[in-house]
Design a binder for this molecule. Structure first.
Ligand code: FE
Ligand code: FE
Length: 275
């Protein structure tokens, strides 16, 4: 995959507004070879041990202090080399998502969640491969749902040969709550840890689970969720259309809206936070 946007675009195509579950099943037709190759690597390499290792590496937030805006500018150095004129920059995607939320009159924390939701993609700039940063997320340590895209690619994952990881509940207890479940590692988990101290719980769920399509789009893994997760997932579902469908709106006019976002960031975050 040449750029991270290919995955985002593929997800948006898969869930084009009005597309039925049955039409979704034809996703292979929407996937280009780069996207297919990406899922091959993602599904083969996201093992239970890999996830624990990456969480230990990044979720302790030991990579220094930066302001939220500085990190957005740093993320913006990830540029799409194929077509820089038409594709949105990372900051533009964040602002488009946030502006669409703002136009619908949602609370300020919700708008801010829109602005920060993909900042975890800086993992790419830390040197992580794309399959460890983006992609639909799924639980590791238990059997793979057929509601995950390209489930056949899990055959290449070493965990698929380990019976302890392949029963319905695997290493987990029934309805143990998603906070006790390890999802495949990526930008969702990282940004959740960076921001959790500063944002309301509903926003934390939006950030942590926005790529967990098997659950929030298809209702998979309810046997691991508890009642609190079920209630909070309403917010994950409320967030998703802004992420998927705000692209293609007009390019945000940065100078005009910058003061609003600087105030908004200052309202919830200290000048610098740990990354
Ligand atoms: Fe994302
Ligand atoms: Fe996004």
């Amino acid at each position: 995959m040449q750029q991270l946007e290919e995955w985002d675009d593929f997800v948006a195509t898969r869930y084009r507004q009005g597309k039925s579950e049955e039409e979704f099943r034809n996703y292979e037709a929407d996937a280009n070879p780069g996207v297919t190759q990406f899922y091959r690597q993602n599904h083969a390499n996201q093992t239970f041990d890999f996830v624990l290792q990456k969480k230990a590496e990044y979720c302790g937030l030991t990579r220094g202090k930066k302001s939220v805006w500085e990190m957005a500018e740093y993320l913006n150095t990830l540029v799409d080399e194929s077509d820089p004129d038409t594709d949105l920059t990372q900051i533009e995607h964040l602002l488009q998502t946030a502006e669409a939320i703002r136009k619908d009159g949602h609370p300020r924390w919700f708008i801010l969640a829109g602005f920060v939701h993909d900042l975890g993609k800086v993992l790419c700039l830390y040197g992580e491969p794309q399959w460890a940063v983006v992609g639909d997320t799924f639980p590791v340590g238990c059997s793979y749902s057929n509601d995950i895209v390209f489930p056949e690619f899990f055959a290449a994952n070493p965990d698929s040969k380990m019976p302890k990881y392949q029963s319905k509940y695997g290493v987990y207890k029934p309805n143990c709550g998603l906070g006790n479940v390890h999802l495949s590692f990526g930008h969702d988990e990282y940004i959740y840890h960076v921001t959790r101290r500063y944002l309301p719980e509903k926003a934390q769920y939006m950030l942590r689970y926005h790529s967990f399509y098997p659950a929030h789009k298809h209702g998979a893994y309810r046997h691991l969720m508890d009642d609190h997760d079920e209630r909070m997932f309403e917010w994950v579902r409320k967030f998703n259309p802004y992420d998927l469908y705000s692209k293609g709106r007009e390019r945000p006019k940065l100078q005009a809206i910058l003061p609003f976002y600087q105030d908004l960031i200052a309202e919830f975050f200290p000048d610098q936070i740990d990354w």
